[in-house]
Design a protein around this ligand. Structure first.
Ligand SMILES: [Zn+2]
Length: 239
């Protein structure tokens, strides 16, 4: 047997030697989209992960106890693809609170959107984070109120092009069209008070749930749902 094959086999055996309950304990700290990635490691993990309670929970959150699917797609019958299907199709379910944002939400920023979550520096670090060196692709989908709470605990870095100087309302709205939709900024418009750009940005972040929400403030739910459909089709092609 080649060394590579042996190594793979040994790793899989290690996973099998860890009792299932221990795996379930470890995996309970991960969010659904993280779990779906973890399930790709090997067959043992795929089996453990696809049988976790989190998938039916997401399914019921998205489709109700009777499991009424939107006419968009069918549910694949076998289990691991069912899990992938849930990850792809339940984009209106928040991964943190499992709340469902109504399908016909009029604004895309109200939907659960992927926001970066920081990873612990080492497995022994529970609280310290890697700071700015976090992997920006490590995101989980959070509803508006979860994102608002998330960014109040974990401030997003201020982009370089954002000034600490005061800007007038006209300039602000030119750079950020969503400033007009931010209630706490509105008084600056009425009384024509200039505000520091960085402070305005933070108020917009609070209102729209982070930079991802500001970005989505311009898009409609339809565009977002088209992206969802594309993603579901992609998952279906993988089967
Ligand atoms: Zn939530």
């Amino acid at each position: 047997m080649s060394t590579k094959k042996m190594r793979l086999r040994t790793r899989d055996q290690i996973d099998k030697r860890v009792p299932r309950e221990i795996w379930e304990q470890i995996l309970s700290h991960l969010y659904p989209s993280q779990l779906s990635r973890m399930s790709m490691v090997n067959k043992t993990l795929n089996m453990v992960i696809s049988s976790l309670e989190v998938w039916p929970r997401m399914f019921y959150a998205a489709h109700g106890p009777k499991g009424q699917l939107r006419p968009l797609v069918r549910i694949p019958s076998f289990k691991s693809s069912y899990m992938m299907f849930m990850c792809a199709s339940s984009l209106h379910v928040c991964e943190k609170c499992f709340g469902l944002t109504e399908y016909n939400a009029d604004k895309a920023y109200k939907l659960p959107l992927p926001i970066p979550v920081l990873l612990p520096r080492r497995s022994t670090d529970a609280i310290k984070y890697v700071g700015e060196r976090f992997d920006p692709t490590w995101t989980i989908r959070m509803c508006l109120s979860c994102r608002q709470r998330h960014i109040s605990n974990l401030e997003e870095p201020v982009p370089r092009d954002v000034s600490k100087d005061r800007v007038d309302w006209y300039k602000l709205c030119k750079k950020y069209p969503c400033a007009r939709q931010t209630p706490r900024l509105y008084r600056h418009n009425v009384s024509n008070i200039a505000i520091k750009e960085v402070d305005a940005l933070n108020l917009m972040r609070q209102h729209f749930g982070g930079d991802i929400g500001i970005e989505a403030s311009e898009s409609s739910t339809e565009e977002y749902d088209e992206m969802t459909e594309t993603r579901i089709r992609w998952y279906q092609l993988q089967e």
